[in-house]
Design a protein around this ligand. Structure first.
Ligand code: GDP
Ligand code: CO
Length: 397
């Protein structure tokens, strides 16, 4: 794969936020022995290097009641070397949708000999393992089950990836229409990690186009929700540095990946606040404005890559109410940040009212933020779950 070199990086304390890097070529051909003429501007990431990173990566697919055909397509797009981890919160009654997902995955693994795990978010064993590990943040009021939410599914996926001793985790939504796009996202994750210098790295995907169908297909560059969330997050940063910036272009990137090292120190917000909250928390903890959360991490620095994929992003459209909810939850992370000053707060409120995600005079609710994983006893979770892992494996025999 060939991607643009990092041309521009903004530093905010120990955070290095790289401007968008475009994918230039999906398949960059055989390894060349000669020095590359284009090397000043372009990084060529060799196939075997990508494979090495895929081998160390788990792909976590959170899923809730998606069309089975979409799920089937998504898993077919995950490169073979990756471990697939499906965390499902799909219904089991009256129709056992979870059972159907498991069957689909088992059949896929049978014929491809891929490695995959599938766990239901409400599996009581998970709740027990979390309680034992002192991580009740993720559990509902009675402490008997993991709460609903995509973010909660992601966190379970991260823990299972740690159990499987992976070094990187990439997230891919189950409602992607194009298996080719899924394939490309994972290549981009691997490419980003291969360039990273710090053990604390994150890759966020920016899509080139997000098509809308209304009569004919229109290839839109940005969704309104991401545009607004980016703007408010950039305003948050600008107000602290005194220089206007538009560096953040992937505030809502559901398709993103991180090193396990980084995953351990990140607090994850519930629901759709999760992706923007990652950036907000990094700015708070390592932006150099508030006290630094962890000196060791700060010494290494944290690298964020934003890679623009070639495939258009096409997923299930869940309607305007869903979009408003996403906007509200996303912007609440900015609004309630300790870094947020009056001007950005006003901007958030203005946007929420204009897009009818909040009423005039209403404040967004505080996001619920789960403790970073390093505060729990990860080893206890792993020990508890390890004995039972076979039953979650989709590759039998
Ligand atoms: P959007 O793509 O950001 O608009 O949000 P989606 O509603 O498509 O959700 C993203 C992914 O999370 C999809 O694959 C959903 O099926 C999945 N998802 C949504 N809610 C839950 C949940 O409660 N638990 C799990 N495990 N996955 C969820
Ligand atoms: Co979606």
């Amino acid at each position: 794969m060939r991607i643009e070199k990092q041309r521009y990086t903004e530093r905010f304390g120990s955070l290095k936020i790289n401007d968008v890097q475009k994918v230039l070529e999906l398949d960059s051909g055989r390894r060349a022995d000669m020095p590359l003429k284009e090397a000043i501007a372009v990084d060529k990431i060799e196939e075997d290097v990508i494979k090495d990173f895929e081998e160390k990566m788990a792909i976590v697919i959170p899923i809730k009641d998606e069309k089975l055909k979409l799920f089937e397509g998504v898993i077919s797009g995950v490169p073979h070397e990756c471990l697939i981890i499906v965390i499902s919160n799909s219904g089991q009654e009256p129709v056992d949708r979870f059972g159907m997902e498991r069957d689909t995955l088992e059949q896929f693994c049978h014929f491809t000999q891929s490695q995959a795990l599938i766990i239901h978010q409400k599996d009581p064993v998970l709740a027990q393992a979390l309680a034992q590990a002192g991580y009740t943040d993720l559990l509902d009021e009675d402490g008997k089950a993991v709460r609903d939410g995509k973010s909660e599914g992601m966190v379970i996926g991260l823990l299972v990836a740690m159990l499987a001793q992976k070094e990187y985790v990439g997230f891919v939504d189950a409602d992607n229409y194009f298996p080719g796009a899924v394939w490309e996202y994972v290549k981009c994750y691997a490419a980003g990690f291969s360039i990273a210098q710090s053990p604390y790295a994150m890759v966020r995907i920016l899509w080139r186009y997000k098509p809308k169908i209304s009569g004919e297909i229109y290839f839109r560059k940005w969704g309104r929700v991401s545009e607004t969330t980016n703007k408010c997050l950039n305003s948050l940063i600008s107000s602290k540095t005194g220089f206007e910036t538009d560096i953040i272009k992937t505030a809502n990137a559901g398709e993103h990946a991180m090193s396990i090292n980084l995953a351990k120190i990140l607090p994850f917000a519930s629901g759709y606040a999760v992706e923007p909250q990652e950036l907000v928390s990094l700015c708070e903890d390592y932006g150099g404005v508030l006290p630094t959360a962890n000196q060791k991490v700060a010494k290494h620095g944290i690298e964020i890559f934003q890679i623009e994929s070639r495939n258009p992003h096409f997923h299930e459209e869940k309607g305007i109410v869903h979009l408003r909810e996403m906007l509200l939850q996303g912007l609440s992370t900015v609004y309630h940040s300790q870094l947020c000053e009056e001007e950005t707060k006003r901007m958030v409120i203005r946007e929420l009212v204009a897009q009818r995600a909040a009423k005039r005079g209403e404040e967004p609710a505080k996001p619920r933020i789960n403790l970073p994983l390093r505060k729990m006893n990860i080893k206890s979770f792993i020990d508890f779950m390890a004995e039972r892992m076979d039953s979650y494996s989709a590759l039998k025999g």
